[in-house]
Ligand binder design. Sequence first.
Ligand code: C2E
Ligand code: MG
Ligand code: MG
Ligand code: MG
Length: 271
Amino acid sequence: QSQDEGRNRVVEFTYSDLRRAQADQLLAGHIPTALQGEEFYVAYQPQLNLETQDVVGFEALARWDHPEHGTVSPGRFIPLCENSGYINALTLNLLEQICNDLPDIWERYGDIKVSMNLSPFSLLDREFIQAFIDTATAICDVKGKVSLEVVENLSIDGYESAAKNLAALREAGFDIILDDFGTGYSSLSYIRRLGASVVKIDREFVMNLNQSNHDDLAIIRSVVSLGKQFGFDVIAEGVEYANQAAILLEEGVTIGQGYLFSKPLKIDHFL
Ligand code: C2E
Ligand code: MG
Ligand code: MG
Ligand code: MG
């Protein structure tokens, strides 16, 4: 071993990296079994009209409670599912759960919209998209009621096929939401080509929102203005404080989602 401090640090980092990779591999090995059982479930987070405080929609988010490893965050298990080829199976599993829950949700909240997240991996897979549409139309009445959240940082080479698949999804009655807007290579042409009818401003721009934060205010203002001109709705995510909600409303953002209103909740609690 070298006495050089820098090198020692590198060795240490590599070691914990390896441990992490081993733990990931172990966890990934549990995914097929987890998909058979009920370890994966959906948590629902409401979206509110910032003016009236009415619940106008909600987002379905994946959760994994592993019997031994405990709760695994989506930030960890979604990439594991993507890299081990199980993301499509997970998405269909969640779709079935959501369709199952929808009648109760509509009974409680009226005919509101649900959105679910679609991985870029799934979005590039023509066969999966067809299976998704078939499953959804068989078990849900999706027309105008289910939206799909997609992220903007799709790779350039996947762009054409993603755009085609999104067109097929829109044709089947799904609305498209551009998620985490502002964190990737956003552009107006992107929103239009993907056919998004809703743009979700990333939490990053909501987090430090106050009257003297002119950069984030300017970004929000311009998204709202583009939305008005080009006909898409704007949702703000990660709303944690009342003053953020007030500023958003002042800037013309009408829908908000975040801990201020509710954390994502299991179906029973959500109802
Ligand atoms: P996302 O789609 O942008 O979802 C919003 C995330 O922000 C969720 O984290 C939500 O719990 C969190 N959040 C909501 N309000 C607040 C707030 O006020 N403050 C803070 N600090 N956080 C808030 P979560 O559930 O951990 O999900 C993380 C990401 O994992 C999601 O980001 C999405 O990209 C991905 N994900 C979750 N479920 C699915 C899924 O079913 N399929 C796919 N492909 N991705 C999913
Ligand atoms: Mg989302
Ligand atoms: Mg988001
Ligand atoms: Mg986000």
